[in-house]
Every structure is written in C-alpha cells, then in structure tokens.
Design a protein around this ligand. Structure first.
Ligand code: SF4
Ligand code: SF4
Length: 184
C-alpha cells in the first residue's frame, strides 16, 4: 500500500513487486479512519464494512491490478501510512534490499503454487485471494474431519498454506503476531 507518486524509494521498489497488503494475502480488511467513509473512492465504498472493532474495507482492493491503479488519487489514509514489518526492518537496516526482495519473491512464488494447486483441485477459476483460500481450506478440513473423509490434496494445500502464513507472520505482519504464533 505504501506506494506514492515520486520519488521512487527503495521501499517503493519493494512494494511495487509485492502488493500483498492490498490483494488479500496479508489481511482480510484494511482499516479506515473515523469520517473517511464520506470520501472513499467508489469501488472501495462498495466494500465498506463496520464492525465492533471499527470501520474498514474488504480486501482484495478493487483498485489493485498488479499495482495500485489509483496511487495518484485520493485514497484512505491506510494506503499511504501502512508499512509492513519488512519495510520497517529495511528502513532500520535490519535487512538489505536484496534480502527483502528475495523474501517477497519467495512468498509470491509459494502463493502462486497454492493458487495453481487450489484451482486444479477444486476447479475454482474466479479470482480469489489467499485469505479466502485459507478460509475455504479450513472449512473443507473441518468438514472432512467430521465426516472422516481423507483428502491428501487438501492436506498438502493446508500444509503449504500454513508455511506461507508463517512466512507472512514472520516477515510482514506486526512482530507481536509472530510472538503469539511461536509461543502457542
Ligand atoms: S506488504 Fe509490505 S512490502 Fe508488500 S506492498 Fe505492502 S508494505 Fe509493501
Ligand atoms: S487504493 Fe487499494 S490498491 Fe491502492 S494502495 Fe489502497 S488498498 Fe492498495
């Protein structure tokens, strides 16, 4: 989300090859500030949601098409303020640009593998995000457990999705989420 017009920074070079905070890989929703509802771009307004925890819009963002297609227009605050852990570590020089680019590439390669396996296994061809796939796999797993059905393909997909989720939590999500994951 952290892409603005110019100048192009190292962080933006990483973001432009990623987009996982916009396309439903990292999060289900993007948070909105109070009062932002009135000025949302139209397609985001259609995905507006309100819950006990606040206001948000459902991801994947309809303006994401390999990159943000409205980066020079008025957007929710989160679009320019959000910085994942990878970017924070890059700015603190805890990681290098090459390392960060490799982490993004590894995550995206694994995600592509999961998408391909999922489409092949369940013949679902319409665009679906990683988070939607993860939800669907969990539902299918619970159902199979209840009905005592064996599905090795589903087990493998779950395994690969868990690896990707660990990678996302470790490198991209707020660090306390990784702590929670490893302390469980
Ligand atoms: S997840 Fe991080 S690296 Fe990827 S686009 Fe978002 S802010 Fe940039
Ligand atoms: S408008 Fe959509 S695609 Fe653009 S930065 Fe915001 S969430 Fe990402």
């Amino acid at each position: 989300m952290n892409i603005v017009n110019k100048p192009i920074t190292i962080e933006q070079e990483i973001c432009v090859k990623c987009g996982m905070c916009c396309d439903g890989t990292l999060f289900n929703n993007a948070v909105l500030l109070k009062g932002e509802k009135k000025s949302l771009p139209p397609l985001i307004a259609k995905r507006y949601i309100k819950s006990k925890t606040g206001e948000a819009f459902k991801l994947p963002c309809p303006y994401f098409d390999k990159k943000c297609t409205i980066y020079d227009q008025e957007k929710p605050d989160v679009c320019s303020s959000f910085r994942c852990e990878l970017l924070k570590n890059l700015s603190k020089e805890k990681t290098t640009k090459a390392n960060a680019a490799q982490i993004v590439e590894n995550a995206m390669d694994l995600r592509s593998e999961i998408f391909t396996m999922y489409e092949k296994a369940y013949k679902i061809m319409e665009p679906i995000s990683f988070r939607d796939i993860l939800f669907d796999l969990r539902v299918r797993t619970e159902k199979n457990e209840l009905e005592n059905i064996k599905d090795p393909q589903l087990d493998l997909l779950m395994f690969k999705s868990h690896i990707l989720e660990i990678l996302l939590v470790k490198y991209f999500k707020p660090s306390d989420e990784y702590q929670k994951l490893v302390m469980k």
